[in-house]
Write a protein that binds this ligand. Structure first.
Ligand SMILES: [Zn+2]
Length: 117
C-alpha cells in the first residue's frame, strides 16, 4: 500500500465527474461509466474515489491540477466541435454553455481568476 496520501487528486478521466458531460457524451457516443471504488488519478496513482474531486479548489495535487486543466480545455474544444456537427440533438447554445463551463474549470485548475490567453 502506498500509505497515507494527504492529497486530493483528480480522476484521470475528469469528465466522469460531470453528470452533464456524462449524459451528453452518453447520448452522443453511448459511453457511460459506473463510478468505481478505486480510480486512476491524473498523476498516475490509484486512489479511492473519495480521494478525488472534480472541484479545482479541492484538488491539492499539483500534477492533477495541471492534468485537470488540460483535460477540461480539451473537453471544451471537443464539445464545441460536436456542437458544429449536423444532426446533433444538443443545441449550439447548450454546447457553448457546457464548453464555457469547462473553460472555467480549466481556469480554476490553473488558479487563474480572469480570462488570460
Ligand atoms: Zn495527483
Amino acid at each position: 500500500m502506498d500509505g497515507a496520501d494527504p492529497h486530493i487528486h483528480v480522476e484521470q478521466s475528469v469528465t466522469r465527474d460531470d453528470a452533464r458531460v456524462r449524459n451528453l457524451l452518453a447520448g452522443t457516443f453511448g459511453l457511460v461509466g459506473d463510478l468505481p471504488g478505486t480510480v486512476t488519478t491524473g498523476c498516475g496513482l490509484s486512489v479511492p474515489y473519495a480521494m478525488t474531486s472534480g472541484r479545482p479548489e479541492s484538488v491539492t495535487c499539483l500534477t492533477c491540477r495541471e492534468h485537470g486543466r488540460t483535460q477540461h480545455l480539451g473537453l471544451a474544444e471537443q464539445i464545441e466541435r460536436l456542437g458544429s456537427m449536423p444532426g446533433t440533438v444538443i443545441t449550439g447554445a447548450q454546447m457553448s454553455q457546457v464548453a464555457e463551463h469547462h473553460r472555467d474549470l480549466a481556469r480554476r485548475f490553473a488558479g487563474e481568476c480572469g480570462p488570460t490567453t
